[in-house]
Write a protein that binds this ligand. Structure first.
Ligand SMILES: *Cc1c(COP(=O)(O)O)cnc(C)c1O
Length: 222
């Protein structure tokens, strides 16, 4: 199937009222993005700052760019002015850096806190204590707006495990949603689910999925 057919299929499959589709275009050429764009798609995700900014320069200005990969603090300045949503805020130091660049650009930057949910070891993501600390800090960070949480399940064929991890994140999301939060933090967006697990993620309460290979085809391994 073509990129266009994949996009149209997903637009039919996912109710846009309930689930936002972020088309993950990393490593793919701008021509592929244009094919999805012409099928009516506007939300695209990249995981490297340099690639994101290069593509944003070349492509139509009404694309909403999502930063989904690990973000280095010294690179925030290149995207603060235009990025639609940073999914991958994985430390307080990064959150402070985004606030600083947001202030310089005089723009509130929308963010999700990336939460560590996978049973496998990974370097990135908040745990419950760090989320509490972020909540304490946020009243001083006027140039960031936390809109929700992002998580990635363990890379495994074990669907029960994947489901368990997504369910745990949804529980955390709901519990935060029902607690007192600073003005610049709300629980609206729950970004979970990729090509291999988005159906499970939606069943477990995701309202934003990040899908790459199921739209654009397999990526070449670097
Ligand atoms: C690459 C990537 C995706 C998309 O992965 P696919 O399996 O190709 O759908 C989603 N989220 C993040 C954070 C990624 O890096």
């Amino acid at each position: 199937m073509s990129i266009k057919e994949n996009i149209i299929d997903l637009h039919h499959q996912l109710d846009p009222e309930n689930v936002t589709l972020v088309a993950v275009s990393k490593t793919k050429p701008v021509a592929d993005i244009m094919e999805a764009y012409e099928a009516g798609h506007r939300d695209f995700g990249e995981n490297k700052v340099q690639e994101l900014t290069a593509k944003a320069e070349e492509l139509p200005g009404d694309i909403r760019w999502h930063m989904i990969g690990h973000l280095q603090r010294n690179k925030v300045k290149y995207i603060a002015e235009f990025v639609h949503l940073v999914h991958s805020v994985d430390s307080l130091r990064l959150l402070r850096a985004i606030n600083k660049e947001g202030r310089k650009a005089d723009r509130v930057v929308n963010c999700l806190l990336q939460v560590h949910i996978a049973e496998e070891d990974t370097k990135y993501g908040f745990d419950a204590d760090e989320i509490s600390e972020a909540i304490r800090l946020l009243p001083d960070l006027n140039f960031v707006q936390i809109q929700g949480l992002m998580g990635m399940a363990t890379f495994t064929d074990n669907q029960d495990q994947v489901r368990r991890e997504f369910a745990a994140l949804k529980k955390q999301f709901d519990s935060l949603k029902n607690s007192e939060l600073p003005d610049n933090m709300s629980m609206e967006v729950l970004s979970m689910g990729m090509s291999g697990d988005y159906e499970i993620a939606i069943e477990e309460g995701s309202n934003m999925v990040r899908i790459g290979s199921a739209i654009f085809g397999e990526r070449n391994k670097p």
